[in-house]
Design a protein around this ligand. Structure first.
Ligand code: BYC
Length: 477
């Protein structure tokens, strides 16, 4: 079948790797370093487990995955690019209309490499952040899901490392090694972007991360999938098919926690957070505080609202907008304007900026629309239980460290606050040590009996690959 993956090679691929011996050897040299990183920083104590995982067998839309028990170190990490589009042009920027590049254009080598390295750096970072969570999973179903997410993030690292090795020579090889050397949260050698150095200490944080932060991944990958550099576009197109499951895990994970809490509150006719906690479920204000945290650090991942980098990436044809080719405009944006928020005179105001420099703000706005729809779906669980509480997204300026809101104190309602007001309020808006301690107290051990779920989370509606909920998704041997 066209697009099918060659599993005969040591590194599975659909890029005819065997034809380029030098590249193949370089990647085979990187492979054991990757495995060393996986053993050190991948899911703790999982080496001998058989996990019911899906593995890519083809990059065609129909039937690309098989499900089977796999020991994670034996997962077939490899290199899969979506099929090429014949005569694909560059669709935006000053090179619009020219044929897409199948090699790196010399003048854009440096920004292109930076984009690929930044993208690549997030993938191992998230695995590092989630390393310990298997030890306190709420069910076998959830354990299998986090492992699926982890192996696919590992594969996404492979995707970027292939581009670095194949197209960037010695610099690329050095960058690929550095991707295995940085560590999430390390003081001396941290991951590149802020959110990827934050701890993911418990499963509520994990689901929030996969809902909010993996969705940044979707929007960034979708923008890179528009790239005029065709190998990047094709690899991102295939990565997007895997990303969907990660966001599903996040949305349904938070949704099941909200559902369980709302059901317990309705059943016992209680609303006070302490009473809710006493029944071993996570109170809604704590869920709101986690939401505020993960949403705000993820908004930072889009970079500054006004960014000359973003303008350069677009004008050069390296990184497009979300669904670029479907947008009805000139795709050059020399004259266009876009509204961006900033703080002026003690208020958040809207300011019209050249659309080219506001591309990060625009992508963030696209993202916010999708996130809001997910929060609305969570609220339906609360509504069904007949409770008045609603989860909300805080203002986009809330708790920001990057861009035009950084350095200002902005409340969840969008008011610009004094330092004192912020100090007093932030305890109610962001998770406290006490919140983290409480959530972790619920997750002191793991629930591994098939079909059983921890008290603080509702079971999912259906199993993975139509398997029953009491399926043995992970065998510990
Ligand atoms: N933290 O003009 P600026 C995913 C840096 S997630 C720290 O504001 P620009 C995944 C920036 O690097 C998607 N530093 O922004 C999810 C620059 O530094 P240099 C990952 C930050 O460049 C879950 C300086 O500030 N993919 O896949 O327009 C699990 C000024 O930059 C931050 C991508 O991000 C921050 N939050 O845009 C697994 C796509 N924000 O170069 C995976 C590739 C900015 O001056 N990356 N800075 O030293 C990009 O498109 C851009 O690099 C960014 C930043 C959107 C991140």
């Amino acid at each position: 079948m066209a697009g099918s993956v060659n599993y005969g090679d040591r590194i599975p691929n659909n890029v005819d790797l065997g034809r380029d011996r030098v590249l193949q050897r370089a990647l085979e040299h990187w492979q054991p370093q990757y495995m060393g990183w996986w053993y050190d920083m991948g899911p703790a104590e999982s080496r001998g487990y058989d996990v019911y995982l899906r593995t890519a067998t083809s990059v065609e839309p129909e039937g690309w995955a098989v499900f089977d028990y796999v020991k994670m170190p034996d997962y077939r990490w490899g290199i899969f690019l979506a099929p090429p589009e014949a005569d694909r042009p560059i669709n935006f920027g000053v090179n619009k209309g020219r044929p897409a590049w199948s090699d790196v254009p010399g003048e854009y080598r440096s920004p292109l490499r930076r984009l690929i390295v930044t993208q690549g750096d997030t993938e191992p970072a998230s695995v590092e952040q989630q390393r310990m969570l298997g030890m306190c999973c709420p069910s076998l179903y959830d354990l299998r899901n986090i492992y699926q997410v982890n192996v696919e993030e590992g594969r996404h690292l492979w995707a970027m490392v292939y581009l670095l090795h194949r197209y960037f020579g010695r610099d690329g090889r050095e960058e690929a090694e550095a991707l295995l050397e940085r560590r999430s949260g390390d003081e001396d050698n941290p991951r590149i972007l802020g959110a990827f150095n934050e701890p993911t200490p418990d499963w509520l944080a994990f689901y929030m991360f996969t809902f909010f932060t993996d969705r940044d991944g979707k929007f960034q990958l979708a923008s890179l999938a528009e790239s005029g550099f065709d190998p990047l576009a094709r690899t991102c197109r295939f990565m997007l098919t895997e990303e969907a499951h990660h966001m599903f895990v996040g949305e349904t994970g938070v949704g099941r926690i909200v559902q369980r809490t709302a059901d317990v509150m309705a059943e016992h006719k209680i609303e006070h957070p302490d009473q809710v906690r006493d029944l071993g479920v996570i109170d809604l204000p704590t869920i709101q505080r986690y939401l505020n945290f993960h949403y705000s650090v993820t908004l930072d991942l889009f970079g500054s609202e006004v960014s000359s980098n973003a303008a350069t990436f677009f004008t050069s044809g390296l990184k497009g907008r979300y669904h670029e080719t479907a947008i009805q405009d000139d795709h050059i944006l020399a004259e266009a304007m876009y509204d961006v928020g900033e703080v002026a005179g003690g208020n958040v105001v809207s300011k019209e900026m050249p659309a080219l420099s506001a591309l990060n703000a625009r992508l963030r706005d696209d993202y916010i629309g999708e996130v809001q729809a997910g929060v609305d779906r969570w609220n339906r669980h609360i509504e069904h239980a007949g409770l008045p509480y609603r989860l909300t997204l805080p203002h986009r300026g809330f708790h920001r460290a990057i861009g035009s809101f950084a350095g200002h104190h902005i409340g969840p309602d969008g008011r610009v606050l004094t330092h004192d007001e912020w100090q007093r309020g932030s305890r109610a808006w962001l998770p406290s040590e006490r919140d983290y301690a409480f959530v972790q107290s619920l997750m002191s051990g793991r629930v591994v009996e098939p079909g059983k779920f921890a008290n603080w989370i509702a079971p999912p509606r259906i199993g993975i690959n139509r398997q029953p909920l009491d399926f043995e998704y992970v065998r510990f041997n």
